[in-house]
Write a protein that binds this ligand. Structure first.
Ligand SMILES: CC(C)(COP(=O)(O)OP(=O)(O)OC[C@H]1O[C@@H](n2cnc3c(N)ncnc32)[C@H](O)[C@@H]1OP(=O)(O)O)[C@@H](O)C(=O)NCCC(=O)NCCS
Length: 164
């Protein structure tokens, strides 16, 4: 299935909600449970400093990535708050990698410069951690029992960073 990457627009809100709700079905993958993915959440993603969508030829939004430049000024070279989601029926086809490559390319051209991209992944999401390692992210630490899953189990967060 071919797809293109473009900046998200406000008209993508409902498609982003549907995408994140679908991707959130896997426990521990995304921070939000499906019922926590709201139109306001999607509006916030679209309003982030960078929000890209992967779109198939028929308009189906199969992936999304967004992130924010950190504040205050001391952190302004840092891109954080990163979230990425690919529709479960489209995972493993290169969409997530392509979204990341486009985000990194945007960050390299950002003004003022972005010198660092950071993210966190649940320790129970080793596929995502492997993808981030392949993209060049380094392991920077671990937050013990940062998340609590619906079944009551705690899960660590793996902190990762990429210096540009
Ligand atoms: C993580 C995610 C964004 C990766 O996007 P993707 O399009 O599936 O990834 P790509 O096809 O570009 O790359 C494949 C790699 O992604 C990783 N991966 C993570 N979850 C995967 C999945 N469900 N299926 C296939 N690959 C997955 C693997 O490292 C895989 O590499 P491998 O073949 O060596 O195992 C996507 O699987 C997803 O949305 N998952 C659910 C939400 C999530 O976990 N978000 C990240 C929160 S930190």
């Amino acid at each position: 299935m071919s797809f293109t990457i473009r900046p998200a627009a406000s008209a993508d809100r409902d498609a982003i909600v549907a995408l994140h709700r679908a991707a959130a079905v896997t426990p521990g993958a995304l921070a939000r449970a499906p019922e926590e993915v709201t139109p306001a959440y999607a509006d916030g993603a679209i309003a982030a400093d960078i929000c890209l969508v992967a779109v198939e030829s028929d308009g189906f939004v199969c992936g999304e990535i967004h992130a924010r430049r950190e504040s205050p000024a001391i952190f302004a070279h840092v891109l954080g708050g990163l979230t990425v989601a690919v529709h479960p029926e489209r995972q493993g086809q290169g969409i997530g990698s392509t979204l990341f490559e486009a985000l990194i390319a945007w960050a390299r051209g950002a003004e003022p410069p972005i010198l660092r991209i950071e993210l966190a992944a649940g320790a129970g999401n080793p596929g995502a951690v492997r993808l981030y390692e392949r993209l060049g992210f380094q392991h920077e630490g671990r937050q013990v029992a940062r998340g609590r899953l619906a079944d009551g189990r705690f899960e660590d967060d793996i902190l990762m960073g990429l210096l540009l």
